[in-house]
Design a protein around this ligand. Structure first.
Ligand code: CP
Ligand code: NVA
Length: 305
């Protein structure tokens, strides 16, 4: 059974295949065509944290594909009413695919181990693979090709950054991260990264100007992720020099793209001027969550049958 937990489980060719399905479905969608290629297929969504983009993009995407998405609320008692093994085995009898947004990464790994249907990671503290697929798909649309280009990450070495590192390596992009000490990838993750994507070309610096200089895209995310609210004061201090503003963007290439997974905390990691400016493609990027995930769903469910 194929799952999507970190992105490491997909080969470069499979990622390109998903992009090409997504591209085709998006082109049809823009012409008003919603091809029902997944009739009768059912997606269950289980979320332990808030979401706008991930929830709505999966639900709308599944509707376009002729399937059904069901959002499982508190009453299913995930983690409370019965063992995770019973939960996963029973849910797998009824649905074809489950999207899980979990506080702890291990929850998604454990659930996938019990499920006989596909499990997709809809964000954990460690990973956000669906986000990376949409991010790379967006650059592919805007730039034409990914291989050989450089991505700049400015900010926290968080879940979004971790998945981006895997994704960049899979598509042959270099990643330059401007991240303060204490917020960089830890040794355990770096060891796994070297094992999963040995070709990763990663540079880490504390200088945001150096990071953006050769980048085709400048990417940032919030300094305080969901669940880190207690660290707000310290994080705001530590990331104060890592804001993506007009001064920083002036050091990037002329046509550099600005990306943000959203939601943004405007005035913290990014200024209004940049996120609302001509180099910003954050709305297209967010819209591409749905298109990229339609590609993921179509590919995963075809792989099941
Ligand atoms: N980018 C993203 O995953 O957004 P949501 O938290 O709104 O799903
Ligand atoms: N790093 C952020 C991403 C939100 C989509 C968080 O985990 O809250």
């Amino acid at each position: 059974m194929r799952h999507l937990i970190t992105l490491a489980e997909l080969s470069s060719a499979e990622i390109e295949r998903i992009f090409s399905i997504a591209e085709d479905l998006k082109a049809k969608f823009e012409k008003g065509l919603r091809e029902p290629i997944l009739p009768g297929r059912v997606l269950a969504m289980l979320f332990e944290k808030p979401s706008l983009r991930t929830r709505v993009s999966f639900e709308a995407g599944m509707a376009h594909l002729g399937g059904t998405a069901m959002f499982l609320g508190q009453e299913v008692g995930f983690g409370k009413r019965e063992s995770m093994a019973d939960f996963g085995r029973v849910l797998s009898e009824m649905v074809d695919v489950i999207v899980v947004r979990a506080k702890k990464h291990q929850t998604v790994v454990d659930l996938a181990g019990y499920c006989s249907c596909s499990v997709i990671n809809g964000l954990t503290d460690q990973a956000h693979p669906c986000q990376t697929m949409a991010d790379l798909f967006t650059i592919r649309e805007l730039v034409g090709k990914l291989e050989g280009h450089t991505m700049a990450w400015v900010g926290d070495g968080n879940n979004v950054a971790r998945s981006l590192a895997i994704g960049c390596a899979k598509v042959g992009m270099k990643l330059v991260m401007a991240t303060p000490e204490g917020y960089r990838f830890d040794d355990a993750f770096l060891t796994r990264l070297k094992h999963d994507v040995p070709n990763l070309d990663l540079t880490v610096t504390d200088d945001p100007v150096r990071a953006v200089r050769d980048a085709v895209a400048v990417y940032t995310d919030v300094w305080i992720s969901m669940g880190q609210e207690a660290e707000e004061a310290r994080r705001k201090r530590d990331f104060a020099d890592y804001q993506v503003n007009a001064a920083l963007m002036s050091h990037a290439q002329k046509g550099a793209i600005f990306l943000h997974c959203l939601p943004a905390r405007r005035g913290e990691e990014v200024t209004d001027e940049v996120i609302d400016g001509p180099q910003s493609f954050v709305v297209q990027q967010a819209g591409n969550r749905m298109h990229a995930q339609k590609g993921i769903l179509a590919w995963l469910l075809a792989a099941q049958s």
